[in-house]
Design a protein around this ligand. Structure first.
Ligand code: NAD
Length: 256
């Protein structure tokens, strides 16, 4: 029996085989989970569908998380197919590249709203639709970064959005605990992905990990996937509202 045997859930945020969501999905599958997947648009569908099918998934749906009707349609489909779910993985974020390149004080109003909408509010919208399907409790997991807690160079508006995301985790956990729905975040160390390519000087972040993180390296998608499996499984049945660091210990040290 795997840790996730008999559990069904949905994964938002696979774009390609480098995605953290893909690292999570592979681990969940190894531990026996059954999963549905979403993709943002037609061009990503071509990448996501074969990956999802590789893990035996037959529920592969379009979803732009900035659209309530897309999110509602996804959960309606899950209701029809499965009736209930046990977990949600939210590994979605977006900010305009132009806003990420500018000094933080130059962030545009529209860019601020966009980053907040897709990277923070979407967790609230997705969780709201998941609640009626989690009638026997459940677990929701999102992905954050140290830039929510500290001013990390070049992370800018995304750091502010991640701070809102982490606060949303706490408020959702507080509200949904009575229903035995747990809500947690993993704060991952820097990993080369499509989303990371939008952050200027990303290479410097990896170098800092090699020099100063206690483990003297950054982490892998697989390592994030292993902690995600713990948080989504019954092993973490007493854990909610937490930001769990999977960053080779970087957040615990001061680099001088
Ligand atoms: P990624 O590019 O593989 O994944 C980001 C996903 O967000 C993509 O699948 C993309 O399609 C999706 N997305 C963007 N806008 C969307 C929208 N409107 N609707 C639906 N989906 C949308 O990159 P990743 O690094 O795997 O990112 C996954 C999560 O991990 C993000 O929340 C990111 O901030 C977080 N994270 C990444 C790192 C890192 O260093 N890569 C570190 C910590 C946290």
């Amino acid at each position: 029996m795997g840790l996730m045997s008999g559990k069904r859930g949905i994964v938002f945020g696979v774009a390609n085989e480098m995605s953290i969501a893909w690292g999570i999905a592979q681990q969940l599958k190894e531990h026996g989970a059954e999963m549905a997947f979403t993709y943002l648009n037609g061009s990503l569908e071509k990448r996501v569908r074969p990956l999802a099918e590789q893990l035996g998934s037959s529920i592969i749906l379009p979803c732009d998380v900035s659209k309530d009707e897309d999110i509602e349609a996804v959960f309606e489909e899950l209701r029809k197919e499965w009736g209930s779910i046990d977990f949600v993985v939210h590994a979605v974020a977006f900010a305009d590249r132009e806003d990420l390149k500018r000094p933080f004080s130059q962030t545009s109003r529209d860019g601020f709203k966009l980053a907040m909408d897709i990277s923070a509010y979407s967790l609230v919208a997705v969780t709201r639709c998941a609640i009626p399907l989690m009638n026997e409790g459940g677990s929701v997991l999102t992905l954050t970064y140290l830039g929510a807690q500290r001013a990390v160079p070049n992370y800018n508006v995304m750091g502010v959005a991640k701070a809102a995301l982490e606060a949303s985790v706490r408020y959702l956990a507080s509200e949904l605990g009575e229903q035995q729905i747990r809500v947690n975040a993993i704060s991952a160390g820097p990993i080369r992905t499509l989303a990371a390519s939008g952050i200027a000087n990303f290479r410097t972040k990896i170098k800092l990990m090699d020099d100063f993180a206690p483990l003297r390296r950054t982490v892998t998608q697989e390592e994030v996937g292993k902690s995600a499996t713990y948080l989504l499984s019954d092993l973490a049945s007493g854990v909610t509202g937490e930001v769990h660091y999977v960053d080779a210990g970087f957040s615990t040290v001061v680099s001088a």
